[in-house]
Design a protein around this ligand. Structure first.
Ligand code: NAD
Length: 500
């Protein structure tokens, strides 16, 4: 399909894709696929005011009825899956199956949120006073601002949107300026669901704003946006997080990762190789959970590196629309230049680099194609400790499990981690309080490709936020503790006497 056929199949019209100042490029071949009109900064106060007005109504709609809207969103996404998936591929360069997988993730979180809409459970709590009942209730909190990154252009929005909507909150979404088209098409699915849902959905329940950091900053700075969920680099989070806190808002931060795998002597190496290659090379290394550090027991290091070099040598790099391709382009030339610069730094620190070569043959011209790099490092240097958003896998060795866990934890980020071992003691130690310090810790599974049922997020410079499954919904509500006295006395807590 041509670029314009993909755009039109996703419901984007020629008129709205032309005439604006935001140029959108396809990583496939660098083609300019749209010139979008950006949201005017001056319009942001009215966008936020509309969301506040919508909140006054939406919070009174019963949660299971709110869930009905998210069920309809799931239906619309199912219908649009092929077209949206193709647009993800066009706009961010994911291979076809990953583009479709991203849409499936949206469908999955909708299903989860529909069930959740009947399970926003509070607690009853034993009161120390006779004739008293204590309870904890969860209430809607207000407009939720969602700032998303380019690499999951729609899935991360849906994690936030589906939960925020069933929790009773309007949403305002500012997608990455590198991926606004997929956002427009996905948001249209929600608009169709809202139209079918009827009058219970107030005007301004969900709004999309287009632009760069300054448009995001309007959400960050507004006291009328009590929850601000921001996904992106640690640099962005370091700016956004303190600003939201300083105005007493609640940030949900999903920032950079520097994810590791420990491979122990007992590991099933064939399984480990498959997991390593998918998580280091999939999405061209542009997942927050991509595998970036391999910590291998020294007895098996040579064997594993040999297997990996063989696997890397046969990886098809190319046009992400081609069904045989496993490694598509990086998002742009700057990302490829950053990868090459980082490989040079690693060499300067004693690293031996395999791969990392720009590819220009048998690929569409104008895209930033490069072979994934495997880098044997003498130790965990500063270069290894930084996240480079590209397919670089650093390999280091260890002797004792204690040493491996220390190395795994000795980075500023704390998103995802894993161990490959058939030894129960090693696996449980890795998962214990003295083990991995990450938000996600897996055994015999790579660090990327999480399911929506678990809470997603990480510690340290990854930001501490949690989204998606488990009880992440609590981040989108306010908690209220209530004590009801149905006795004829007024006893005070802790036995305090205050007789008048
Ligand atoms: P980025 O930080 O450049 O941009 C992310 C978003 O933040 C964009 O929408 C951008 O416009 C906005 N933004 C940037 N500065 C801002 C500011 N000062 N005020 C308000 N908004 C601002 O990130 P990116 O290059 O799009 O994405 C890659 C990064 O995102 C990687 O570090 C990756 O690890 C991280 N990421 C994390 C997760 C997670 O769940 N932890 C998921 C996806 C991506």
């Amino acid at each position: 399909m041509t670029h314009s056929a993909i755009l039109s199949a996703a419901g984007l019209t020629k008129t709205e894709l032309a005439g604006g100042s935001l140029v959108v490029l396809s990583p496939i071949d660098g083609a300019e696929i749209a010139h979008l009109t950006e949201t005017a900064l001056a319009d942001m106060p009215s966008v936020i005011a509309r969301a506040q007005q919508a909140f006054a109504l939406w919070r009174t709609v019963p949660a299971p009825r709110r869930g009905e809207l998210v069920r309809m969103l799931g239906e619309e996404l199912r219908k649009a899956k092929a077209e949206l998936g193709a647009l993800v591929t066009l706009e961010v360069g994911k291979i076809t199956s990953e583009g479709l997988g991203e849409v499936q993730e949206m469908i999955d979180i909708c299903d989860f949120a529909v069930g959740l809409s009947r399970q926003l459970y509070g607690l009853t709590i034993a009161s120390e006073r006779p004739g008293h009942r204590m309870a904890e209730t969860w209430h809607p909190i207000g407009p939720v601002g969602i700032i998303s990154a380019f690499n999951f252009p729609v899935a991360v929005w849906s994690w936030n949107a589906a939960l925020a909507l069933v929790c009773g909150n309007p949403i305002i979404w500012k997608p990455s300026e590198k991926s606004p088209l997929t956002a427009m098409a996905a948001h249209r699915c929600l608009e169709r669901a809202i139209a079918r849902f009827g009058d219970d959905a107030p005007e301004g329940l969900s709004q999309l704003v287009i632009g760069g950091p300054e448009i995001g900053a309007a959400l960050v700075d507004s006291k009328a946006v009590p929850v601000l969920s921001a996904t992106g680099s640690t640099r962005m989070g370091a700016f956004v997080g303190p600003k939201v806190l300083a105005r007493w808002g609640r940030p949900i931060l999903e920032l950079g990762g520097n994810n590791a795998m420990i491979v122990a002597p007992s590991a099933d190496l064939d399984m480990a190789v498959r997991a390593i290659v998918f998580s280091a090379v999939g999405t061209a290394g542009q997942r927050c959970t991509s595998l970036r550090r391999l910590i291998v027991h020294r007895d098996i290091r040579a064997t594993l590196v040999e297997k990996l070099r063989a696997a890397y040598a046969s990886l098809p790099v190319g046009d992400p629309r081609n069904g045989a391709t496993l490694v598509g382009p990086l998002v742009d030339g700057a990302a490829r230049a950053a990868m090459i610069a980082q490989l040079d730094r690693a060499r300067g620190e004693g690293g031996v680099v395999h791969g990392g070569t720009p590819v220009s043959e048998n690929v569409p011209q104008g895209g930033a194609y490069i072979t994934p790099a495997l880098v044997e490092m003498p130790r965990q240097t500063e270069t290894v400790r930084a996240e480079t958003f590209a397919p670089i896998l650093y390999v280091m060795e260890y002797e004792t499990l204690e040493e491996a866990i220390e190395m795994q934890n000795d980075v500023p980020q704390g998103l995802s981690s894993c161990i490959f071992t058939l030894n129960l003691r090693e696996a449980e130690t890795f998962l214990s309080a003295a083990g991995s310090d990450c938000g996600i810790a897996n055994v015999n599974i790579g660090p990327s490709g999480a399911e929506i049922g678990g809470a997603f997020g990480g510690e340290k410079e990854t930001g501490g936020g949690r989204e998606s499954g488990s009880d992440a919904w609590k981040g989108y509500m306010r908690r209220q503790t209530s004590t009801v006295n149905y006795s004829a006395e007024l006893p005070l807590a802790q036995g305090v006497r205050f007789d008048i």
